[in-house]
Design a protein around this ligand. Structure first.
Ligand code: ADP
Length: 503
């Protein structure tokens, strides 16, 4: 029985999970750090409990504190969201030992897939193609050189425990190799507490294409098609779409079958993602499996019509999947843009702070998964994701048009955002033509950084709205009478704003 779920996360994903709980008639329990007292997930949940100080090591990563709140609140199950403890086998084990339900796969599956080298070995055994590479690198320098020559340069050194785009190093020739391995090992030790590294062939112009999997505890495994995630900056996804414009129907089906085989090989249960790299000749290779809900899951929900969080909870309740493979159709086209509080003009440095004004796009085919409201202070302690903007339309072309329209409507002031940057992605020829790979952002960087001609006017309007709002509050609070006497008006200030603002 699951009648109450504790959500061990924050931000947009906590809100997303709480929404499905409410729709299913399940009570939700939020946990929050001191920086999140007035966060949206705290407001939307049925109950909320303080976890600890702002740093995540003392709050969202504190297993003891989360378990004690679960007990206190009478929650039956814990949903980990993504990030934080979502791929921590110890967390899954501790939850089960406490007699509660972990909404996710077995600790064994998390463990097996959490280690890149172990996952590669398992996939090889299951007959799933993997990126050509080695197992753990030995100490012998000549041996390492021999292995790299066999694979062929360029090669990538990867940390077995790596993740989130970290722990990868590109090596172009033998000269860079040994020093690179040494550095990679010490970086891996510092970042992940595990210095195991291995070599992988560096694929040229690859696509990152991943498959959504849902599996129950009765041996049913279905795929919900692919997501094209090749629009990346520093190996991190920025825009995702489905279907992938790169796949042929035949390849789509072949990859789907391999994704199912991969999930079956670890007796997978719940929602998971099998990531592949596809080279320019359309050879595909297993990259890794993520044993949790992905950031980009809404585009899959949009084209298939299934609520993945609901399906996760049903599986955790030990119910069989409510749909079979034949029920899963890929209808129309969906795109997601990740909207961040960051400054593209200063190397995308995070831009936390007070959100003075926010107006999110609405209208036909638009979904925003966010958590930020006017007057909210985006904390500096966590990922600066503001929201995910998802659009759906019957065709890819119409979906791009819709995304451009939605981005045009999206206004946020107070913090810097990447809205203009993703707007430019929607205008870039390579993206519009569906002719792009993981180097798209690097290859189009100058174009993407040009000021956005589309947004100028509405930025002004948003500025004015925010400014008027601010002025009104100030006036109410302080010296409205004095301002009137001195003839100062909001509109005068707006005029001044125009003269001094380079928008
Ligand atoms: P992480 O687990 O840190 O997210 P991944 O192994 O999933 O790392 O890789 C992230 C991204 O790095 C991929 O989507 C791709 O752009 C790039 N990448 C990883 N491995 C290779 C490779 N062998 N060749 C080319 N690009 C790669």
């Amino acid at each position: 029985m699951i009648q109450k779920v504790l959500v061990a996360n924050r931000g947009e994903i906590a809100v997303r999970i709480i929404r499905s709980c409410r729709e299913m008639g399940i009570e939700s329990v939020a946990v929050y750090s001191d920086a999140d007292r007035s966060a949206m997930h705290v407001r939307y949940a049925d109950e909320a409990y303080r976890l600890g100080p702002a740093p995540s090591t003392q709050s969202y990563l504190n297993i003891d504190a989360i378990l004690s709140i679960a007990k206190k609140s009478g929650a039956h199950a814990i949903h980990p969201g993504y990030g934080f403890l979502s791929e921590n086998a110890d967390f899954a084990n501790r939850i089960r030992e406490a007699g509660l339900i972990f909404i996710g796969p077995s600790a064994e599956a998390i463990d097996a897939m959490g280690d890149k080298m172990r996952a590669r070995a398992l996939m090889q055994k299951a007959g799933v193609p993997i990126v050509p590479g080695t197992s753990a690198l030995a100490e012998d320098e000549d041996e390492i050189k021999k292995m790299a020559t066999q694979i062929g340069y360029p090669v990538m050194i990867k940390a077995s425990a790596g993740g989130g785009g970290k722990g990868m190093r590109l090596i172009n020739n033998e000269k860079e190799l040994i020093n690179g391995v040494r550095r990679a090992k010490s970086e891996a030790q510092t970042a992940f507490g595990n210095d195991a590294v291995y070599l992988e062939k560096y694929l040229l112009e690859p696509h990152h294409i991943e498959y959504q999997i849902m599996a129950d505890n009765f041996g049913n495994v279905v795929h919900l098609y692919e997501r094209e995630c090749s629009v990346q900056r520093r190996h991190q996804k920025v825009v995702e779409e489905t279907p992938s414009p790169f796949l042929t129907p035949q390849l789509r089906e072949q990859m789907a079958q391999q994704a199912i085989a991969a999930a079956k090989s670890v007796n997978y249960s719940g929602a998971g993602t099998i990531e592949f790299l596809v080279d320019r000749d359309r050879n595909f290779y297993f990259l890794e499996m993520n044993t949790r809900l992905q950031v980009e899951h809404p585009i899959t929900e949009r084209v298939t019509g299934f609520d993945l969080v609901k399906a996760q909870i049903q599986v955790a309740r030990n119910e069989p999947l409510s749909f079979g493979q034949k029920d899963v159709k890929q209808i129309g086209h969906a795109i997601e843009c990740r909207i961040y509080a960051e400054d593209p003009t200063h190397n995308f440095v995070p831009s936390p702070g007070l959100v003075k004004h926010i107006s999110e796009p609405l209208g036909l085919g638009v979904r925003t998964d966010g958590y930020v409201y006017e007057g909210y202070e985006i904390p500096m302690y966590y990922d600066p994701l503001i929201s995910k903007l998802i659009v759906w339309a019957p065709t890819r072309k119409a979906a791009i048009q819709r995304m451009k329209r939605a981005l045009y409507e999206y206004k946020i002031t107070g913090v810097k955002t990447n809205i203009a940057f993703v707007q430019k992605i929607m205008e870039a020829n390579d993206f519009v033509e569906g002719n792009y790979n993981t180097h798209f952002i690097a290859n189009n960087f100058d174009f993407l950084m040009q000021p956005d001609s589309n947004c100028g006017d509405c930025e002004d309007i948003a500025m004015i709205m925010a400014f008027l709002d601010y002025q009104n509050k100030q006036n109410k609070r302080h010296d409205f009478a004095r301002q009137r006497q001195t003839g100062q008006s909001n509109w005068k200030n707006v005029g001044r704003l125009f003269r001094h603002n380079p928008y």
